[in-house]
Design a protein around this ligand. Structure first.
Ligand SMILES: [Zn+2]
Length: 251
């Protein structure tokens, strides 16, 4: 027993004061950011350096894991593996790479910190959503398709326009548990999921539902009819079965 204790003491004396082991960059995570980055570019969601993807990966010495993302100053369209950086989650400190992240990464990190179930975040400035809400004719995105409640699993949260949750992430704690997508007026949207594929599917489903809302309202205005949306009762029931419908093999 004493010998064991001595060996342990020797070991900790040996490692004391040493720099932590060098961080090992995982190229496969960088490749996922580049791959899904091209997907959102192909869908017309990216116009400049201001859309982004962040993926959380477990890492020794970082209880929240670490976040892989694109650094500032380059777009998802232009980026290569050289533009992938890694940060700590609570502090934002760069663990890999030299170029800092954009201000929006603060929001990604706070989502990761508050939602241990979320491992991927996608943020884009989506044209139709910005236009739809800026029209002032509509205050919410209504569910019309059956896929919308199942894929989103939780209602989209429209962030009040007086809040800038990228600059000040503090209000996030009040609503981030109840949603998988934040819609920011005059700005864009952030969708999240357990992996990058789930975040991407939610992003596409939300943008589709916005386009459907726009189409319904345009046709209804022309034809003088009233759009038929899902009832709140149906939506709530569907949220409860989201997992069974989207991931039937996991049951
Ligand atoms: Zn943005």
């Amino acid at each position: 027993m004493a010998a064991k204790r001595n060996a342990r003491a020797k070991k900790s004396a040996k490692t004391a004061g040493k720099a932590p082991a060098r961080f090992k960059f995982d190229k496969s995570i960088g490749a996922q950011i580049i791959r899904y980055g091209k997907f959102v570019v192909d869908r017309g969601y990216i116009h400049n350096s201001l859309g982004n993807i962040a993926i959380r990966v477990a890492c020794d010495g970082h209880p929240h894991g670490v976040a892989y993302t694109k650094h500032s100053g380059v777009s998802l369209e232009e980026m290569t593996m050289d533009n992938v950086v890694v940060t700590d989650i609570p502090t934002g400190k760069l663990i890999y790479g030299n170029v800092p992240t954009s201000v929006g990464h603060k929001l990604n990190r706070e989502i990761f910190r508050l939602r241990p179930d979320v491992n991927a975040v996608i943020h884009v400035h989506h044209d139709e959503t910005i236009a739809f809400l800026a029209s002032k004719a509509f205050k919410e995105i209504k569910a019309v398709s059956l896929e919308y409640p199942y894929v989103m699993a939780k209602p989209a949260f429209i962030v009040p326009s007086h809040l800038d949750v990228e600059m000040d992430v503090d209000p996030l704690k009040d609503f981030v548990q109840g949603t998988n997508s934040l819609v920011m007026v005059r700005h864009g949207m952030t969708c999240f999921g357990r992996n990058v594929s789930e975040a991407y599917h939610r992003l596409n489903t939300l943008t589709s539902e916005v386009r459907r809302n726009l189409l319904i309202e345009q046709i209804c205005a022309l034809k003088k009819t009233k759009g038929e949306y899902l009832s709140q009762k149906d939506i709530d029931w569907m949220y409860g079965y989201a997992e069974d419908v989207i991931y039937p093999n996991k049951q």
